[in-house]
Every structure is written in structure tokens, then in C-alpha cells.
Design a protein around this ligand. Structure first.
Ligand SMILES: C[S@@+](CC[C@H](N)C(=O)[O-])C[C@H]1O[C@@H](n2cnc3c(N)ncnc32)[C@H](O)[C@@H]1O
Length: 287
């Protein structure tokens, strides 16, 4: 009996790609399923709960950054540790120019392990107060490395700013890529308005729709965007129009800026005088 010989396998791309695309398809499905489960978790859990669960991931990210001398961003690392670095945030520079006094006090909310703000500005004396709820963990990481940042970060959640600093204490309150990481960004912004003096500035710089971009991983649970002329913050199943919330209390200017790092939502609020600050109860239901 003559055996039927199989036709030799072709080494073409098709035969090699079949099992690969099968694995790829299953992997893609697993990733999509994981993402769906994560988003469901964020949608159904109280923001404070999501926040607490995400803290360890945030510390791990910054631990790798400190231990790796800034990893892919060594120049950022060096600049942040340089006590002579010039303040390079253009939005803040405009505010500083508008302040007549030589001393300018700036609160940096959610500053991370070391503030992103340069420490010097021509003709001004900057007094920077960086705060972050993870400050103790960050400072432990610095101590382990034997480094002391020029302006150490102090422990404080943005939701507790008023209780900690009182009213009218700063010329400027600033937050960069931090409020999208908080449990209650609307409360933090109201607190920032509370802690600046009348005529003082609240400056927010956030990457547009960061929670979506990060697929709601870690602390990312809020998206900053601009609707019409209003600053709007969205989470799964919740939207806060910040401009409406602060109407009458501040004058504001919101902008979408694009640069090589992507899209930035910039909001500048100027606190109006002669009006009492609102009550600063939590805007989220308790966890
Ligand atoms: C992506 S980092 C940004 C750090 C720094 N602003 C920067 O631009 O490099 C976000 C920071 O927000 C902080 N954060 C998280 N929850 C916060 C809260 N409730 N109040 C203030 N900061 C918070 C995190 O601990 C983290 O250090």
C-alpha cells in the first residue's frame, strides 16, 4: 500500500501566523476582560475605596523612579533636586508676575516625592509648600537613598487642606497631575480656593482624560476636560462641573494646551474678594 505523503508544509507566513494570532486573540480578550472588570470596580466602589486600593501602586511607581535616578527622565530627576533650578511653569510665571510683593507663597498639592516647581524666580523669593498624602513613604525612600530634597514634601491630603492651613494663607495653590488621583477632586479644589488669599490664584495643570488613558489603573479615577468654557471632571457614573461649583466665588480661565507631552487641561481661578468661602464638607458620599 502506497502511503499518501503529505504535501510539504509551506513555510509561508500564513501557517506560522495562525497559532500566533490565536494566542494574540486570547491575550487581547483577557486584557479587555481585565479592563472591563477594573472599570466595573471603579464604577461601583466609592471613590475613597478606589483611592485606598491604589496607593500602593503609586508608591511603587515613585520608588522605582527614585531608585532609578528618574528612570527615563534623569534630567527631570536632577532638576527637581536642584535648589537653584528656575521655576519653569509658564502659567505660574504669569501669576507670579501679577503679584506685587517680593515674597510669593505657593502651595503645591499632590507634589509627589519632590515638587515639580523650580525654586527660584528672578526678583522674587519663592516659599514653596509641597504636600502629598504619601509624603511619609516618599521621605522614607529618600532617606534610604541618602538624599534630602531641597524642599521636603509634607504629609497632607488635599481633602484636608482647609483643616491644616486655614483660610487665605497662600498667594497661589497649584496642582499638577495630582487631583485626578484624589478621592474627591471637587472638594480639593474648593479647599485650594479656601487656602489662597483674596486675589490669589488656584492653578491646575492636568493631562486631559488621564483616567481613560491609564485605563483606570491605580489612583487614576477622574478625567479632566473642558466643556464649552467650563472645567469638568468626570468619573464613571459621576460628573462635576467645577466652574459651576465655584461660580461667583472666583473668576476663571480654562484652556486646552497641546505640547509634545500631549494635551493639558489648564485652569486658572482668581479668588474674588468680599465673599465668604463656602462650607467645605465632603462632596462625595462617605465611603
Ligand atoms: C502623578 S503624581 C504627580 C506628582 C507631581 N505633582 C508631579 O507632577 O510630578 C500624583 C500625586 O498625587 C498624590 N495624591 C493622591 N491622592 C491625593 C490627595 N487626596 N490629595 C493630594 N494629593 C494626592 C499622589 O500621592 C501622587 O504623589
Amino acid at each position: 500500500m502506497g502511503s499518501r505523503r503529505r504535501a510539504p508544509r509551506r513555510c509561508g507566513t500564513r501557517q506560522q501566523r495562525v497559532p500566533f494570532s490565536w494566542i494574540e486573540a486570547r491575550y487581547g480578550l483577557a486584557v479587555r476582560l481585565e479592563s472591563l472588570i477594573r472599570r466595573l470596580g471603579v464604577a461601583t466602589r466609592p471613590p475613597r475605596d478606589v483611592w485606598e486600593r491604589g496607593l500602593a501602586q503609586e508608591v511603587a511607581w515613585w520608588e522605582a523612579w527614585i531608585d532609578g535616578d528618574g528612570r527615563r527622565w534623569p534630567e527631570v530627576y536632577r532638576e527637581r533636586l536642584d535648589p537653584t533650578a528656575a521655576l519653569a511653569e509658564p502659567v505660574l510665571a504669569e501669576c507670579i508676575e501679577a503679584i506685587s510683593s517680593t515674597r510669593v507663597s505657593i502651595l503645591d498639592v499632590g507634589a509627589g516625592p519632590c515638587t515639580s516647581l523650580g525654586k527660584t524666580y528672578p526678583g522674587k523669593q519663592l516659599e514653596i509648600t509641597p504636600v502629598d498624602p504619601l509624603a511619609e513613604e516618599y521621605n522614607r525612600l529618600w532617606a534610604r537613598k541618602g538624599i534630602a530634597p531641597p524642599v521636603p514634601t509634607r504629609a497632607c491630603r488635599g481633602e484636608e487642606l482647609r483643616a491644616r492651613f486655614g483660610s487665605g494663607r497662600f498667594d497661589i495653590a497649584y496642582a499638577r497631575n495630582a487631583l485626578d488621583h484624589t478621592a474627591d477632586p471637587a472638594l480639593v479644589i474648593r479647599n485650594m480656593v479656601g487656602v489662597v488669599r483674596c486675589g490669589g490664584f488656584v492653578v491646575l495643570r492636568h493631562s486631559a482624560n488621564e483616567a481613560v488613558k491609564a485605563d483606570y489603573r491605580g489612583l487614576h479615577q477622574w478625567n479632566f476636560s473642558i466643556r464649552g468654557a467650563d472645567l469638568v471632571i468626570r468619573r464613571l457614573r459621576r460628573t462635576v462641573n467645577v466652574s459651576e461649583l465655584l461660580r461667583g466665588e472666583v473668576s476663571e480661565h480654562c484652556d486646552l494646551l497641546r505640547d509634545e507631552q500631549g494635551e493639558w487641561i489648564i485652569a486658572v481661578f482668581v479668588k474674588r474678594s468680599g465673599r465668604a468661602s463656602p462650607s467645605h464638607g465632603a462632596t462625595e458620599p462617605p465611603a
